[in-house]
Design a protein around this ligand. Structure first.
Ligand SMILES: [Zn+2]
Length: 477
């Protein structure tokens, strides 16, 4: 059972607002009361996390977390980017050479510059709810907090599996390379002492992005691993084979990350010609782009047969700073959103498969206007399309509220995907889902107080946002 957030223990009690208990709830007393009741219904509901980046090996090995910096700072590129903007050298907070105590102190010194961001909220929420730290994180308190968290991490109840149970995670999806043997997933499934549900996700980006540097070697490895011949139909058969491998091991979705949502429907001879030109190194930039657009369309078509949900994450300019990429590699906080469209670029895919009830396609971007301008109207017509939850930079309280305001009047609540934490930071999962639950309670409370929904209707909706809605979008039984 998940340890309740401190906020839950005395819900329904005094009307006086409490900044911890009532965080993110409305400030008007009458609306706040409605929101408190709605939030109480879902506050400790099991967590469905159908898309994220926590590796299965973390749970398969169940090794103790080492210390606070490697757990809470060294891999969090949401924090790195703000520290970097403040002039902190990234090598001081991440990488092989990091001195953990000094890095944590550095975080304390600069923590005020993160205030107002979702990262500050999540980190403080984790320190409070997971480790019982009520102190503000500053340079002066950093050593004390480091010591307290270190002591707790050495205890058995702070190991990954114990926390998985405490967080009450009903489903956790990982994200995996198509050629991964999924051995960690196998070990978890075979281990009778672990009863959690951890499912793989097929992430084929490197095998479809013919504009990317490593495409030819990735495609060659894919063909080699599956014993398929070097033709476009062999390539499609190889992708199908690896998807089946994932489905056999519990996968419910494939996740495609692309710079834009471009799709194109090529004839098989056009696709074959372009594929051969790419393998020989003679394809033009347009042909490489066409290949990627056609591969996305083909991957959507395969969902009709194998039942996977397809999530499409579009509109991020990754590794924006070449110097930072050279020195530190990817995922260092220099991925920057771009404006993105869906209505026109997805048309070839939707013309082929959009009306087929077997397709479930969830659209994500970091462009707020695209959600209300294009994604919600698409999801409000096509049975195959779902509005993805606010992602990455938009996964923050005010952005979540704006997203609800932007899409609900067009597509309602039931054409959405349910909340997705999309995190690499295991300990932040409950905090992120809790934010979404509070924001939804606040949003629905306004509808109830304005006479737009009956209380019972809002109750059903909030119950469904944490269970029926994500289960349907991801085909989770
Ligand atoms: Zn993701």
């Amino acid at each position: 059972m998940r340890m309740p957030h401190s906020a839950v223990t005395d819900l329904g009690g005094a009307n006086a607002p409490d900044p911890i208990r009532d965080r993110l709830l409305p400030i008007e007393p009458d609306v706040r009361d409605i929101a408190r009741e709605l939030y109480a219904r879902v506050a400790i509901a099991p967590i469905i996390s159908p898309h994220g980046h926590v590796p299965a090996a973390l749970l398969a090995e169940d090794a103790p977390f080492e210390e606070p910096t490697s757990l809470l700072l060294a891999r969090d590129h949401y924090i790195h980017r703000v520290l970097h903007a403040e002039g902190v050298d990234l090598s001081e907070v991440t990488g092989e050479q990091v001195n953990p105590r000094r890095a944590w102190r550095l975080l304390g010194r600069h923590f005020h510059t993160l205030h107002g961001t979702a990262s500050s909220y999540w980190l403080q929420d984790q320190l409070r709810t997971v480790f019982g730290v009520d102190q503000a994180l500053t340079e002066a308190s950093a050593d004390d907090i480091y010591a307290r968290v270190s002591t707790l991490l050495a205890k058995p109840e702070y190991r990954p599996r114990a926390l998985f149970e405490r967080f009450d995670i009903a489903v956790l999806a990982t994200t995996d390379d198509p050629l991964d043997d999924l051995a960690a997933h196998e070990r978890l499934r075979a281990d009778s002492s672990f009863t959690g549900r951890v499912v793989p996700t097929f992430r084929p980006d490197a095998y479809i992005d013919a504009q990317g540097q490593g495409f030819v070697s990735a495609a060659t490895r894919l063909l080699g691993a599956t014993g398929q011949e070097s033709t476009f139909s062999g390539y499609l058969a190889a992708l199908r084979e690896r998807r089946a491998y994932f489905v056999d091991r519990g996968a419910v979705s494939l996740d495609v990350g692309v710079v834009d949502a471009f799709t194109v429907d090529l004839t098989s001879s056009e696709a074959e010609t372009i594929f051969q030109r790419i393998l020989r190194g003679s394809a033009t930039a347009d042909e490489r782009r066409a290949f990627r657009g056609h591969a996305v369309l083909q991957l959507a078509g395969m969902c009709l047969d194998d039942g996977l949900t397809m999530t499409l994450h579009a509109g991020v300019f990754r590794n924006h700073s070449p110097q930072t990429l050279t020195r530190y590699g990817p995922d260092m906080g220099h991925d920057i959103p771009t404006a993105v469209t869906f209505t026109e670029p997805l048309k070839p895919l939707l013309d082929r498969f959009g009306l087929d009830p077997r397709l479930r396609l969830i659209l994500f971007c970091i462009d707020e206007l695209a959600y209300s301008r294009e994604i919600a109207p698409l999801a409000g017509f096509y049975p195959s399309i779902f509005v993805g939850a606010p992602w990455w930079f938009l996964d923050a309280p005010d952005s979540l509220l704006r997203w609800r305001s932007g899409v609900t009047e067009i597509a309602g609540f039931y054409r959405t995907s349910g909340f997705i934490d999309d995190t690499r930071a295991f300990l932040s999962i409950p905090s992120r889902h809790d934010v979404a639950r509070r924001v939804d309670a606040a949003f629905l409370a306004r509808y109830v107080s304005q006479g737009r929904l009956r209380a019972a209707e809002a109750e059903r909706i909030i119950d469904d946002t944490v269970d029926a809605i994500p289960r349907r979008a991801f085909g989770l039984s």
